[in-house]
Write a protein that binds this ligand. Structure first.
Ligand SMILES: Nc1ncnc2c1ncn2[C@@H]1O[C@H](COP(=O)(O)OP(=O)(O)OP(=O)(O)O)[C@@H](O)[C@H]1O
Ligand SMILES: [Mg+2]
Length: 597
């Protein structure tokens, strides 16, 4: 991946600042800039009214004149604030729009990245990148536009006024001290950022420990390790505390230093203007004007350290998010790839070899064909590559060699969306959405009506269970479906696949978590469902696949035997050995517990 530069980040951001095709938002940008300028001008003009009021008071005590100036001065202060608020209000739509589009874009993009990316990621880390990145947009935009730029403007204005109204010495003193102030602030902020950073790190650490410990609630109790957990958590809290104290100390140092520089500036300019007043060159009002202009200028500068750090951090956060957006998807549709359309839903592996990484071959020259409407079973030891076959049919990965074809088309040549629409899978490990049972079954076809959901539940033998629940289909299943038993989850997965009603079905150990009684019943409905559909069954219990049209025995990614059940038994090879072993086990189990059949 190429490294993004700051310029790239700023460019991505400015596109959102001046959004294409959103005339309304662009108008808002323009008007909020006008409000910004107006606020600054009124703000700088205020001290002049103040000065006039003072001069009017000291020259001739006619009350009307100073009152007029005081009134105008008060108005100027109110208007400064009002313009500032108008600016913020106008701009909020722009920055919120930018945040929303970027968040959506990122979410969309993540769904396009391959399974390989998602298996490597850390979900927690990923969501933080997005969360921080989008929040940073708001920070960077508002600080840049409403703090840094206007402050620069104000510095220029004030220096100019001092030069024009008094003389170049004032402008010079102001310019030098402000530069010194900025330099000092940046330098100290850079130095103290490390306390801030380790404070954040300790904070994350404490959080991670707390969350991990709570997630392992049961384990902690099994081993009676509560004290141990408290200690570990407190260690992180203590480290955080130490860093927080250092951070505050360094902030105080920064503030004292800044105050000192302001003091020097105020001292020098007021000395000069006092001198001018003494010599009759300036009025008392002028003396006050200088002071007011400068103190006003230093107010936004007071936040400079904070702003500098936030903008820096914001740019880093944004860069990370834009990097994620720049990540290319590995599995993509060919340009102009057609939708998958066929009359005959067969599935074919044509000399397919595959490996997840360069170091280990998972499938080796696997070939088979499931004619439309027929059933193929794949059996073999754990890790032999059975689930991998299903993933290749879904095109979560591309074969390293050979072709995977569905309906006569290489899966790489058709739109992924239409390919996947034709496939239904009951995966080996079912993970459910943290919603209700009804929602999870309905996920198979979001447009399905309640009757259809119930029918699917009936076919997958889960209706009886759901009916016993007080909230029936409205029962929440918990995070990842953890509130359901393994067998219940599996039946929900079967139900949603039945609801999807695709021409091709894949069952990856779809009934492994069920007791043999329920399994038998489901097998009967699965046989109904898969009649006349192209079906791939991955099974551990051989008794469930004796009817298959074809059985493949896979061992370390190689097809070692193939044929029908009877043929394979007759061949007396691997399959026959597995079969005998399972029959023995079953007999033993039946002898020990007569309720098992
Ligand atoms: N994403 C991955 N990256 C690297 N290796 C993987 C990945 N997924 C699976 N493997 C490896 O590929 C091999 C085949 O995995 P697969 O899931 O196809 O096995 P399986 O035959 O379905 O096994 P089981 O019966 O235990 O489900 C395993 O050794 C596994 O460790
Ligand atoms: Mg598997």
């Amino acid at each position: 991946m190429e490294k993004r530069t700051l310029a790239d980040t700023v460019r991505s951001l400015s596109n959102h600042l001046w959004p294409k095709g959103h005339a309304g938002l662009r108008t808002r940008v323009v008007f909020s800039m006008v409000a910004l300028l107006a606020a600054k001008l009124v703000n700088v003009y205020g001290p002049f009214l103040y000065k006039d009021a003072i001069d009017a008071l000291s020259v001739k005590p006619v009350m009307a004149l100073p009152v007029a100036f005081i009134f105008a001065y008060a108005m100027a202060r109110v208007m400064t604030q009002a313009f500032g608020e108008i600016r913020d209000y106008l701009f909020i739509s722009v920055s919120q729009h930018a945040q929303r589009t970027i968040a959506l874009e990122t979410f969309h993009h993540l769904h396009h990245l391959s399974l390989a990316f998602h298996l490597d990621r850390q979900t927690g880390g990923l969501t933080r990148v997005i969360e921080r990145g989008t929040r940073a947009i708001q920070t960077v935009l508002s600080f840049m536009l409403f703090n840094i730029v206007p402050t620069l403007l104000e510095i220029a204005l004030v220096s100019g006024i001092l030069w024009w109204k008094f003389n170049w010495k004032y402008a010079l003193v102001t310019f030098v001290t402000v530069s010194l102030y900025v330099y000092f602030t940046f330098a100290v902020t850079n130095w103290r950022t490390k306390f801030r950073r380790s404070m954040n790190e300790r904070d994350t650490e404490a959080n991670t420990k707390a969350i991990d410990s709570l997630l392992n609630y049961e384990t902690v109790k099994y081993f009676g390790n509560e004290e141990h957990e408290y200690r570990r958590y407190d260690q992180s809290l203590e480290a955080y505390q130490t860093e927080a104290i250092k951070s505050q100390g360094s902030l105080s140092l920064l503030n004292i230093g800044q105050g000192l520089i302001i003091g020097i500036c105020v001292l020098a300019t007021m000395w000069m203007s006092a001198d001018g007043v003494m010599s009759g060159q300036f009025t008392v009002g002028d003396f006050v004007l200088v002071n007011t202009l400068l103190l006003q200028l230093f107010v936004p500068l007071g936040f400079l350290g904070f702003v500098y750090r936030e903008v820096n951090q914001g740019l880093v956060d944004m860069e990370k998010m834009f990097e994620l957006l720049a990540l290319g998807a590995e599995i993509t549709d060919k340009p102009g790839a057609p939708a998958l359309s066929t009359r005959e839903w067969d599935v074919e592996f044509d000399h397919v070899s595959f490996s997840y990484g360069p170091d280990r071959q998972i499938l080796n020259d696997v070939s088979f064909r499931i004619p439309a409407g027929q059933t193929l079973a794949v059996v073999g030891p754990s890790g032999s590559g059975k689930s991998t076959i299903a993933r290749l049919i879904f095109r979560f990965y591309d074969a390293t060699k050979g072709h995977v074809r569905v309906g006569g088309h290489d899966v790489r040549d058709v739109q992924q969306k239409t390919l996947r629409a034709a496939l239904g899978i009951v995966p080996q490990d079912t993970v459910l959405f943290n919603d209700t049972i009804g929602y999870n079954i309905g996920y198979g076809r979001p447009a399905a009506g309640f009757d259809e959901i119930k029918r699917a539940a009936r076919l997958s033998q889960i209706e009886g269970f759901v009916e016993t629940l007080p909230r029936k289909y409205e029962t929440p299943v918990g995070e990842r479906g953890l509130k359901l038993s393994g067998g219940e989850k599996q039946r929900v997965a079967i139900a949603r696949t039945i609801l999807k009603d695709p021409p091709i079905l894949l069952f990856d150990e779809a009934t492994s978590a069920l007791d043999s009684h329920t399994e038998k019943e489901i097998q009967a409905s699965l046989r109904d469902v898969s009649r006349n559909r192209t079906t791939l069954i991955i099974a551990h219990r051989l008794s469930t696949i004796i009817d298959a049209d074809q059985i493949l025995v896979l061992k370390s990614g190689v097809v070692v035997e193939r044929g029908r059940h009877a043929e394979l038994l007759a061949a007396n090879g691997e399959y026959a050995a597995m079969w005998r072993k399972q029959q023995d086990e079953q007999k033993k189990a039946a002898a020990a517990d007569p309720s098992i059949t």
